[in-house]
Write a protein that binds this ligand. Structure first.
Ligand SMILES: N[C@@H](CCC(=O)N[C@@H](CS)C(=O)NCC(=O)O)C(=O)O
Length: 292
């Protein structure tokens, strides 16, 4: 017999009440702009509109890595998009990404601005533009792209599935938490086995596959999000994953990339907007606060 409190879906779903849970205020069943707002444009060839969530960090790490390699054309302005305040629904942002999600990039280096959205697509665009971090040899390139697409397809089970039901949903639903925990642990095992036999995700060299996978699974490994999830998922047991994360965390460009558009954590790790390489020294939130 059905539990009397069990939800019985109506014939046709209607949007009658907020869904509840963290971020409920930005969820809606339609797309498009909610208000008129142009995006700012800075002086550099690349304009990034983002936030330091795992998807945002992929791109700022890539840009800092390109600059570290000496690609001056990768200079960029990083503008802050506060998604909890609905900045992604402004008309200017929607014109750059009709899907209203960060990160979004505009390349203004040519005669006509080129918009790029979806973090995986931005990584490939930048890798091809600068000829870096995406192997040219066919087999190595296929391996790199396979892992990149693996990440793009897998992370929604981590964030939208596990993270949502473990940390953000208004009530704890055992069925949902079990289902997504099983899948996330399976993904962690995929990575751990891969990294047992390879220094980097795609093989011997650091690529955009590492940059895509690191913010999500590295973040889980180091307990950066979803409260007590690292302990719940037994992250300390994924030794090869931990080895790889520790190795990547040594990279100065990756450390800088993690700071850009960050609005949480230590004030000295938050660079809300980045318009110049010197901003890391002079414009972090602690410095801006102390200069009033
Ligand atoms: N597949 C997209 C996902 C982007 C995404 O989910 N962005 C989130 C932050 S991590 C966002 O902007 N959310 C705002 C919203 O859903 O309104 C990508 O990788 O670029």
């Amino acid at each position: 017999m059905a539990d009397s409190s069990e939800y019985v879906p109506p014939k046709v779903w209607t949007w009658s009440k907020p869904s509840g849970g963290t971020f409920a205020n930005i969820n809606r069943p339609i797309s498009g702009a909610t208000h008129e707002k142009e995006l700012p444009v800075g002086r550099h060839p690349l304009q990034l509109y983002s936030l330091a969530t795992p998807n945002g960090v992929k791109v700022t790490v890539m840009l800092e890595e390109l600059l570290a390699l000496g690609h001056r054309g990768a200079e960029y302005d990083a503008w802050l998009i506060r998604i909890t305040e609905g900045d992604q629904f402004g008309s200017g942002f929607v014109a750059v990404n009709p899907n209203s999600k960060i990160p979004a990039l505009v390349d203004r280096s040519g005669p006509k601005p080129i918009r790029v959205f979806e973090s995986g697509s931005i990584l490939v665009y930048l890798a091809e533009k600068f000829g870096a971090f995406l192997p040219k040899e066919q087999a190595a390139r296929a391996e790199c792209l396979s892992w990149l697409f693996w990440q793009m397809a897998s992370a929604p089970f981590v964030g939208g599935g596990f993270g949502h039901f473990y940390a953000y949903a208004p009530s704890k639903i055992e069925y949902a938490i079990d289902r997504f925990t099983m899948e996330v642990k399976r993904q962690l095992d995929v990575l751990d086995r891969r990294l047992a036999a390879n220094r980097y995700i795609a093989g011997d060299t650091y690529t955009i596959a590492d940059m895509a996978i690191f913010p999500w699974y590295g973040g889980l490994a180091k307990g950066w999000f979803y409260g007590t999830a690292a302990e719940f998922l037994g992250l300390q047991d994924y030794k090869h994953l931990q080895r790889w994360v520790d190795m990547l965390l040594e990279r100065p460009a990756l450390q800088r990339g993690r700071m850009v558009n960050r609005t949480t954590g230590e004030l000295s790790s938050q660079l809300h907007e980045r318009h110049d390489a010197t901003d890391f020294e002079t414009r972090t939130a602690d410095k801006l606060q102390s200069t009033g």
